[in-house]
Write a protein that binds this ligand. Structure first.
Ligand code: FAD
Length: 447
């Protein structure tokens, strides 16, 4: 049995940053990783998908070369093995960098294996029991596999297994029309696959305002992606080498046949095999760990950081979530201002996708729910100048602070891939620094 000041389970976004802080404060810590150092963002999420987005964009632009007065002899081909190799070459150094930095960190012992609680102060890994007074859970999540009839009889892909794809699926069926599903839909359409997106809700990325959803849908339809809304998948079956998906809406039942099936209907936390029952840590009905504003669970000495606490699933908020536990180790090294996280530097969800949809934050709907008049200062739905110069379509809009002189948030939607939401200030401010960060963000927004 080995005793530590702290144990961190998982090396995703918050874990390594927290390990560095604790080690710098002189703590003796253990960190446990069961698979890929760096977690989702580095290995199966943001970094690799954005690398694929870039390849897809290159193919898209090459096909449109003539629009720019550029001639390319012959047809445009995509070498999928080279695309995957490029993606791996971008991801690998990040993964290795996280691993190397943790293994070199003084005061930090790295364990490679599955960590599982044996009690509120103890974690077992590779048959060894580690104990600590403080335990930080950063185990992230994985793709949700829904209970659809026949799903156990057909091969399917998730964001993780998509990382091994080095061929062109002739027809990719994507279950789920939100961030992850749409990203893959556009990527593979641009590589040359036929793509069908099936979404249960009446809108794509239904969490966003209606105009944003519609703009995204228009962009995808322009690229000949089939989008089925209000459509419930009730069964899947093998049909020769293909997969048949049965879809129901209020009026009809129909079949979509494709070569490959991607599940992108949501995520679930990696808490089911963590031995939480040995700790008394409370989870919600979906398995997300319940935490307070300092990310403390109901059990003293156990915190949950990142996607596993269900408070948003975006990489920068997850990385910055370790600031929430700062008071534990702030002294004697005082936290500098920028350590508290600066709203303005945090990019909103979706800005990395090629059609550059940035989030208007807060959304019009959220502001309405907060009691502001519907027309609280929304301005926009104007052509995005960067899209105009790039020769692509795009819209942008801003929501204004009630004082009307402070731009509080904005959204961009473009097919350019270069339109980022540079004014989405205050985004995640709740997560990174509280009211002060909001004010700073707003100040920055006015200059
Ligand atoms: C396809 C996709 C694209 C995305 N794109 C974006 C984007 O463009 N922008 C954005 O902001 N966010 C994006 N995200 C979200 C972002 O990747 C996540 O929010 C973030 O990576 C979560 O970090 P985390 O630290 O909570 O968990 P993770 O990164 O998932 O890390 C958890 C780690 O814990 C390990 N682990 C789990 N259980 C155990 C155990 N019992 N023992 C030991 N180790 C364990 C896992 O192996 C993993 O390494 C994307 C996600 C996906 C799936």
């Amino acid at each position: 049995m080995a005793d530590y000041d702290a144990i961190i389970i998982g090396t995703g976004q918050a874990g390594p940053a927290l390990a560095r802080r604790l080690a710098a404060a002189g703590w003796n810590i253990a960190i446990i990783e069961r698979k890929f150092f760096g977690g989702t963002c580095v290995n199966t999420g943001c970094t690799p998908t954005k690398t694929l987005v870039a390849s897809a964009y290159a193919a898209h632009l090459a096909r449109r070369a003539r629009d720019y007065g550029v001639t390319i002899g012959g047809s445009i081909g995509v070498d999928m093995k080279a695309v995957k190799a490029r993606k791996d070459a971008v991801s690998r150094p990040s993964r290795e960098g996280v691993e190397r930095s943790l293994k070199r960190l003084k005061g930090c012992t790295v364990f490679e294996g599955h960590g599982r609680f044996v009690g509120p102060k103890g974690v077992e890994v590779n048959g060894e029991i580690l104990t600590a007074d403080k335990i930080f859970i950063n185990v992230g999540g994985r793709a949700l596999v829904p209970p659809i009839r026949g799903l156990d009889q057909v091969p399917y892909l998730t964001n993780s297994s998509m990382m091994d794809v080095d061929f062109l699926p002739p027809h990719l069926i994507v279950l789920g029309g939100s961030y992850v599903g749409l990203e893959f839909a556009q990527i593979y359409r641009r590589f040359g696959s036929d793509v069908t997106v099936i979404e249960l809700a009446p809108n794509l990325i239904a969490r966003e305002d209606g105009d944003v959803s519609r703009a995204v849908a228009d962009i995808l339809k322009d690229e000949n992606i089939d989008v089925l809304l209000n459509s419930k998948v009730v069964g899947v079956a093998k049909q020769g080498n293909n997969i048949e998906v049965t879809v129901e809406n209020s009026r009809t039942r129909s079949q979509v046949v494709g070569s490959h099936l991607l599940l992108a209907i949501g995520r679930r936390p990696n808490t089911d095999d963590l031995g939480l029952d040995k700790t008394g840590v409370a989870t919600d009905s979906r398995g997300y760990i319940e935490v307070d504003d300092q990310l403390q669970t109901n059990v003293p000495g156990i915190w949950a950081l990142g996607d596993c606490n269900g408070r948003g699933a975006f990489t920068h908020t997850r990385e910055r979530s370790h600031y929430r536990v700062c008071p534990l180790y702030r002294s004697p090294t005082r936290t500098r201002w920028h350590d508290r996280g600066r709203g303005p530097q945090i990019r909103p969800p979706g800005t990395d996708r090629d059609h550059g949809h940035g989030r208007r934050e807060p959304s019009v709907r959220e502001r309405r729910d907060q009691g502001f008049h519907e027309d609280f200062g929304r301005r926009g739905d104007e052509a995005d100048p960067r899209c105009l110069t790039a020769g692509t379509c795009g819209r942008r809009g801003h929501s204004l602070h009630p004082r009307r002189d402070v731009r509080q948030g904005s959204m961009h939607c473009s097919a350019a891939g270069d339109a980022h939401s540079s004014h989405s200030l205050g985004v995640y401010s709740d997560d990174v620094g509280g009211p002060q960060a909001v004010n700073l963000a707003m100040f920055a927004a006015t200059i």
